[in-house]
Write a protein that binds this ligand. Structure first.
Ligand code: CP
Ligand code: NVA
Length: 341
C-alpha cells in the first residue's frame, strides 16, 4: 500500500522532509481540484471524529468541510461533550473511538494525549494543535509560501514573538525540513527549548537550511521573505503582564517590514490567526482597558497591507487537511514520494 496509509500526523518530525513536501504539493493539487469543481471523494463512507479541548475556528471548519468534500462524515466531540481525561482515560476513549471511527483529529493541551489516542485507537490520528506542535498548520503555511514564491528552498521566514509556543516550534522544525531558513526572533526568556533547536539543526544539516535564534530584531529580520507572527499569549496561558512587557518591542509594524530590506515583490506577512491587531472584540476592549494598548503582535496597518497573506493561509488549512486525511486514510495509491526539489 502507499507510504502514507494508516499513519498518524502527531508531529512534523514523524515524517521525512520529502513526505512533508509531498503533502504540501498534494494540498496544492487538491486546492486546484476544488477550485475547478473536480470531485475528489477519497474518503467516501468514512467517519471522522473531531475532538476539541480548546476553541477553534479554522481547524474545526477546515476538518469539517474537508471531510465532507472528501465524502466522509465528520463528528464534532467538544470538551464538554465527552469524558476524555475527566471520567474516562485517554486509553479507554481511544479504544472506543477506534472501534467506531476511521480517523481522529485531536486539539488539546498535552502532546502525550494525542500520542495516546494514536497508540490505542488503531486508526490515523491527526494533531490539530497541542501546546507543543501545530503540524496541520505547517502544511497550509508552506503551501502559502510556495504559492507566492514558486519554490521553498533558500527562502527566509522570520517568526517574531513568543519563541516557545507551538507555532515557533513547528515553524523552526518544518522550515528546516524543507530547506527554508527559519529565524526565530524573540527575547531571550522566550527562546525555543534546546531539544526543539536540536531537532531543527539535525534536519537543517540534511537540507542546507540555516536556522537562527536571536533576540536581535535588526539582524533577525534582515533579508527575510516572510515575516510571521502569532499571539503573545496562547490558549491555556494567562501571563499577560509579562508577555506585553517582553514582547512590545517585537511587534510587527511597518518599520519592521522595511527593516527586512527585501524588495516589495519578494516580501509577505503571515499569521496563523486568530490575530490581535485592533480592539474589535471583547477581548481587545479588555486588553485596551488593562494595558492601554490597541494592537499587540501586529499593527492593523501591516495586517491590512499588500504584504498580508493570512486569508490565503487560512483557506489553505482546508486543502492541506484534505491532503493529510486523504493520504493517510484515503482510497488512493501514492506509490513513492519524490525526492526534495
Ligand atoms: N490557526 C488556527 O489553528 O486557527 P483556529 O485556532 O481557529 O483553529
Ligand atoms: N499559539 C496559538 C496558536 C493558535 C492557532 C495558541 O496556541 O493559542
Amino acid at each position: 500500500n502507499s507510504v502514507f496509509q494508516g499513519r498518524s500526523l502527531l508531529a512534523e518530525k514523524d515524517f521525512t522532509p520529502a513526505e512533508i513536501q509531498y503533502l504540501v504539493d498534494f494540498g496544492l493539487h487538491l486546492k486546484a481540484l476544488r477550485h475547478n469543481n473536480i470531485p475528489h471523494r477519497y474518503l467516501e463512507g468514512k467517519n471522522i471524529a473531531l475532538l476539541f479541548e480548546k476553541a477553534s475556528t479554522r481547524t474545526r471548519a477546515a476538518f469539517t468541510t474537508a471531510a465532507i468534500e472528501l465524502g466522509a462524515h465528520p463528528e464534532y466531540l467538544g470538551a464538554n461533550d465527552i469524558q476524555l481525561g475527566k471520567k474516562e482515560s485517554v486509553e479507554d476513549t481511544a479504544i472506543v473511538l477506534g472501534r467506531m471511527f476511521d480517523g481522529i483529529e485531536f486539539r488539546g493541551f498535552k502532546q502525550a494525549d494525542v500520542e495516546g489516542l494514536a497508540k490505542y485507537s488503531g486508526v490515523p490520528v491527526w494533531n490539530g494543535l497541542t501546546d507543543e506542535w501545530h503540524p496541520t498548520q505547517m502544511i497550509a503555511d508552506f503551501m502559502t509560501v510556495k504559492e507566492n514564491f514558486g519554490h521553498l528552498k533558500g527562502l527566509t521566514l522570520t517568526y517574531v514573538g513568543d519563541g516557545r509556543n507551538n507555532m515557533a516550534n513547528s515553524l523552526l522544525v518544518t522550515g528546516s525540513m524543507l530547506g527554508v531558513n527559519i529565524h526565530i526572533v524573540a527575547p531571550k526568556a522566550l527562546h525555543p527549548a534546546a531539544d526543539v533547536i536540536a531537532i531543527a539543526k539535525k534536519f537543517a544539516s540534511q537540507t542546507g537550511a540555516k536556522p537562527m535564534v536571536t533576540d536581535d530584531i535588526k539582524a533577525g529580520v534582515k533579508g527575510s521573505n516572510i515575516i510571521y507572527t502569532d499571539v503573545w499569549v496562547s490558549m491555556g496561558e494567562t501571563n499577560w503582564e509579562e508577555r506585553v512587557k517582553l514582547l512590545t518591542p517585537y511587534q510587527v509594524n511597518m518599520d519592521m517590514m522595511r527593516a527586512t530590506g527585501t524588495p516589495d515583490d519578494q516580501l509577505i506577512f503571515m499569521h496563523c490567526l486568530p490575530a490581535f491587531h485592533d480592539t474589535n472584540t471583547k477581548y481587545g476592549e479588555d486588553v485596551k482597558e488593562q494595558y492601554g494598548i490597541t494592537e499587540m503582535e501586529v499593527t492593523d496597518e501591516v495586517f491590512r497591507s499588500k504584504y498580508a497573506r493570512h486569508w490565503d493561509e487560512a483557506e489553505n488549512r482546508k486543502h492541506s487537511i484534505k491532503a493529510i486525511m486523504a493520504a493517510t486514510l484515503g482510497n488512493l495509491f501514492i506509490p513513492a514520494v519524490p525526492d526534495l526539489e
